[in-house]
Design a protein around this ligand. Structure first.
Ligand SMILES: Cc1cc2nc3c(=O)[nH]c(=O)nc-3n(C[C@H](O)[C@H](O)[C@H](O)COP(=O)(O)OP(=O)(O)OC[C@H]3O[C@@H](n4cnc5c(N)ncnc54)[C@H](O)[C@@H]3O)c2cc1C
Length: 466
């Protein structure tokens, strides 16, 4: 029976999966495969929370495939060689996959294409992770956008693909051998005992999507999204990152909601624009891959970052004495996630109050985030540092105290993540302690004076600006 391999990557679902659907339409047997990376704990961009989410998602995918009388084949090693070997073992004529928007994934695809050509295996890549790939949303003269607003106007106006129907059969995978489903041991990692990562897998992600759209959180998104306490946003970033839900289905469901609830259309448009930010940063990374090492803005490539290791450690361990910053870092360390407004606050604090290089923060986030996305993380850090595409201008420096007053005036978010401050009156989170006494015994005093550091940053940027 003619068969094809479907190479699962960041598309760990069976619903509305473009390449899987295409493979199942063209071949009576599809061999679903995931290739584990072989790096160990020393990899500088990873950590246990995201890998645990991956392990849990693979377990769920495996069960979903079994319900279709199929089987997830797990291999480990160099993805290209493993796929070619699997094709030989199973007699597969083709390898199907969904294209990866990031540089590293694209480089593997290029190697796979070359090996498939040598060995006479068909190799088919599909658009799936995004609504619009980097080459689709370009200026009138065919150039990439450098600024979000015109990009988003173009992006919004482009026709969007509809979700695909359900897969009913993948055939049965008889003879392929598989490694067991992975655990963190495969990478030499272990999960901290207090970790609380979100439930993984397609079902959990679909439940989150349904709850966000149907319980009214989406309808209020335009008003509430900057408030970090409680659920005010979709909490779907890790699901988009691992492809547990399809971006086409999410978009289509939002449009349906807007049609049924016209009063919420403004909020839904605001939400849709956030999905465009995700693809804007992917396009920036595609067209300007140098952003991974350097500032997007060439004028700001000589800025000095004289912060100290000691200060970095205080930030990384949630001991800055700025409650909003420490609450955000505690949320990150525990859950692998952080509300967007707080990500901006902690990132500006690291780069503008502690004068530490945004690349250090980017790496730390990469190690801890369950939703770490190379393009969005780089974009978010460069935005906060003032060096990125369409970034906050460097002289617009957020004040963590006034940000707290604006977005967490009752201290609900702070008290949730710093329960040791539960009995502190919330107004005390909105200004430095006047009496120079800690908020509670054991909680640090603010490690810096924001207004002094702000002036130092302005001078530092002025001096380094090209
Ligand atoms: C310093 C910093 C680092 C960040 N790192 C990441 C990261 O590694 N991965 C990641 O997915 N997002 C990152 N973001 C963007 C944003 O904080 C998260 O996408 C968001 O908090 C996820 O929560 P949500 O799903 O509830 O978002 P919602 O507010 O519900 O937004 C919906 C979706 O839109 C996308 N999105 C929203 N805001 C942005 C944005 N500013 N940039 C890109 N995409 C966005 C996400 O896919 C998100 O799930 C970062 C932001 C900053 C400031």
């Amino acid at each position: 029976m003619p068969s094809a391999i479907h190479w699962f990557r960041r598309d760990l679902r069976i619903t509305d999966n473009t390449a899987l659907h295409a493979a199942a339409t063209a071949f009576s047997t599809v061999v679903p495969c995931y290739v584990l990376s072989t790096w160990r704990a020393s990899h500088g961009w990873t950590g246990s929370k995201r890998q645990q989410f991956l392990c849990d998602s693979l377990r769920s995918l495996s069960a979903n495939l079994e319900a279709l009388c199929s089987r997830l084949i797990i291999r480990a090693g160099d993805a290209v060689e493993e796929l070619i070997t699997l094709a030989r073992e199973t007699g597969a004529e083709a390898i199907y996959f969904n294209r990866d928007p990031d540089l590293f994934g694209k480089a593997v695809e290029a190697r796979l294409r070359a090996r498939c050509q040598e060995t006479g295996i068909q190799c088919l890549g599909f658009k799936d992770a995004v609504l619009h790939e980097a080459s689709e949303a370009l200026t009138g003269s065919g150039q990439p956008y450098r600024v979000f607003t015109p990009y988003s106007k173009n992006w919004l106006a482009l026709p969007k693909a509809r979700p695909l129907g359900k897969i009913t059969s993948l055939g049965s995978v008889a003879n392929a051998t598989s490694l067991p489903l992975p655990t963190l041991e495969h990478w030499g990692l272990s999960l901290p005992s207090d970790a609380q990562i979100p439930p993984a897998g397609e079902r959990a992600a679909r439940d989150r999507m349904k709850a966000f759209i149907e319980t009214g959180i989406l309808d209020r998104y335009g008003v509430d999204r900057n408030l970090p306490a409680g659920q005010t946003t979709s909490c779907l970033s890790q699901d988009l990152r691992f492809g547990l839900i399809s971006i086409r289905e999410l978009y289509a469901r939002c449009q349906e909601r807007a049609a049924q609830h016209p009063a919420a259309a403004g909020s839904i448009l605001t939400y849709t624009k956030e999905l465009a930010w995700r693809e804007f940063y992917m396009a920036i990374l595609h067209h300007y891959p140098e952003v991974l090492d350097r500032e997007f803005n060439p004028d700001l490539r000589n800025i000095e970052w004289p912060g100290t290791e000691e200060n970095f450690q205080a930030w990384a361990t949630a001991r800055t004495g700025f409650p909003i910053v420490d609450a955000g870092m505690r949320q990150l360390l525990t859950t692998g996630l952080m509300h967007n407004r707080v990500r901006m606050i902690v990132a500006m604090f690291l780069t503008k109050d502690l004068h530490l290089d945004w690349r250090l923060g980017e790496q730390f986030f990469h190690q801890h985030l369950v939703d770490a996305e190379i393009a969005s993380n780089n974009g978010g850090w460069q935005w906060s540092a003032g060096t990125g595409a369409d970034a906050a201008p460097y002289f617009r420096i957020q004040n963590p105290w006034t940000q707290t007053l604006r977005y967490d005036p009752e201290g609900r978010y702070i008290k949730h993540w710093l329960p040791e401050l539960a009995n502190v009156p919330p107004e005390r989170f909105c200004e430095p302690p006047k009496d120079n006494r800690p908020l509670v015994p054991g909680y640090p005093l603010p490690m810096v004076d924001h207004s002094v550091e702000r002036d130092r940053t302005l001078a530092r940027f002025k001096a380094g600006k090209g």
